[in-house]
Design a protein around this ligand. Structure first.
Ligand code: UDX
Length: 456
């Protein structure tokens, strides 16, 4: 029976997975090689902004008043190996510094450190996003290094959670995918997911490479959908059409659907950009590089959104940024997150700074991370403060807080009432009624009438 679980790596994925496993009733030990992270988590502090995670830690971390005590953290591989019936590997696979392929060094290091301590039959479950073929390789490595030999088995169980919704996505997944080589591995994972997590959720049991590919294919599809609508935005801009109305009209077709069809500044973050690049690199290695050449276009359409936003801002500043003040609303790569990895908003802010403007950024949660990574930008403690004396406002991360701003009030603080809506989520009519010049990629400069009626 599976009753104890270890989770290796306590970033977004691992910390959330550990807390959710404790919530389901398992005894959980989280391992991280960074002692500060272990100390923070052991004190119930979440090292990043992830809604709902702090409540789960408070509920389960051992030693906290009133907790179930089911969740602990350690830096010891020996302790982790001895503790878990099942070990989930949740370390990250960033883009390599000198290339596009995935950096597997953290996953490899985790298996190398854990395996020599695995003396009893156990299951090691990979959750990280890896190039197809990695699980086959890691299974051999595990069996070779573990004293338990091939009784230390591997399974692959990709994770599809989104930052900002990590707890909800973990506890209520759309589907569960498990890549296994034996009935024993399958039945152990079925046991883990026989908890409320798996109730009514499709469970796809497959081989290693298919399980690995489901994750990469899903992220590639999502990235392609976003770049598709952003390509349509480029066409709209040349043809005088409105991409927001186009997107809405497309979404009424159930085969297309409206999700991931929001045009704007494009995708960023720690997953989509690096995952499509790593997928292309892996396809090259497999000799099928041409098959994924469309992803190169997906990537370049996405990167063009950033330069086009800079261009539009420069036009609004009269052709040059010199001596101009630009207010940037948003720094996180998306709302409800403090993650600034490959943030389109900060990339645009940094480009504008380099071109001579004074750029002031405000974000509800990502200020500390942004300050550390981009010390040359100025930072304000509110959107209104950032907007003081601005010649143009750039709305680049669609936090709810920005939708609630009263354009009348903001209008009295700026030098020029000009806003660029990089996410197409501000209420255009309201801003225009307050005398703002509203601009957005893929939309005509004056609002076109939008009439949606149901014919009865
Ligand atoms: C993504 C996948 O959604 C998730 O399943 C996977 O496990 C990890 O990668 P995440 O990176 O947290 O999750 O963010 P997501 O919500 O998918 O957004 C990715 C980016 O796409 C963001 O920058 C977002 O602003 C952008 N986006 C999303 C758009 O530009 N348009 C859309 O319509 C949707």
């Amino acid at each position: 029976m599976v009753s104890t679980i270890t989770v290796i790596g306590t970033g977004y994925l691992g910390a959330t997975h550990a807390a959710c496993m404790a919530e389901l009733g398992f005894e959980v030990l989280g391992l991280d090689i960074v002692p500060e992270k272990v100390a923070a988590l052991s004190a119930g502090r979440v090292p990043m902004y992830e809604p709902g995670l702090d409540e789960l830690l408070a509920k389960h971390v051992a030693g906290l008043e009133g907790s179930t005590g089911r969740l602990r953290f350690t830096t010891s591989w020996e302790e982790a190996a001895a503790f878990g019936d099942v070990h989930f590997v949740c370390v990250n696979t960033p883009q390599q510094r000198d290339g596009t392929a995935a950096d597997m060094s953290h996953v490899d290091a985790a298996v190398d450190a854990l395996a020599p301590h695995l003396t009893r039959p156990t299951l090691v479950v990979g959750k990280s996003t890896v190039p197809v073929g990695s699980a086959d390789r890691l299974a051999e490595r595990l069996a070779a290094l573990a004293p338990a030999g091939d009784q230390a088995e591997l399974a692959w169980n990709p994770e599809f959670l989104r930052e900002g919704f990590a707890v909800g996505d973990t506890l209520h997944p759309d589907r569960l995918v498990v890549g296994v080589r034996s009935e024993r591995a399958e039945s152990m994972l079925r046991e883990v997911y026989a908890t409320p997590i798996g109730q009514g959720v499709p469970l796809v049991v497959t081989d290693f490479p298919t399980a690995e590919l489901v994750k990469t294919a899903a992220n590639s599809f999502l990235a392609t959908k976003i770049s598709f609508i952003n390509a349509m935005a480029e066409i709209c801009e040349s043809a005088g059409a409105d991409v927001v109305q186009l997107s809405k009209a497309l979404s009424h077709d159930e085969r297309i659907g409206g999700k991931f069809l929001n045009s704007g500044l494009g995708f960023g973050g720690g997953c989509l950009p690096k995952d499509i690049r790593a997928f292309m690199a892996r396809a090259d290695e497999l000799g099928t590089g041409r098959t994924l050449s469309f992803l190169r276009e997906v990537d370049s359409i996405n990167m063009r959104r950033r330069s086009r936003t800079v261009e539009l801002a420069r036009e609004q500043c009269g052709g040059s940024f010199l001596g101009r003040r630009v207010a940037v609303f948003g720094a996180a790569f998306k709302p409800n997150s403090d993650d600034i990895r490959d943030s389109p908003a900060l990339n645009v802010a940094a480009q504008i700074l380099l071109q001579g403007a004074q750029v002031t950024v405000y974000d509800p949660k990502a200020m500390d991370n942004a300050r550390k990574a981009f010390p040359g930008l100025s930072y304000a403690s509110s959107a209104l403060e950032a907007a003081q004396g601005a010649h143009v406002i750039l709305h680049l991360t669609e936090w709810q807080e920005f939708r609630e701003i009263d354009p009348e009030v903001l209008g009295s603080m700026v030098d020029e009432k000009c806003v660029i809506d990089g996410r197409n989520t501000l209420d255009r009519a309201r801003w225009e009624a307050a005398d703002w010049s509203y601009r957005a990629l893929g939309r005509p400069s004056a609002a076109t009438a939008e009439r949606v009626a149901v014919v009865s």
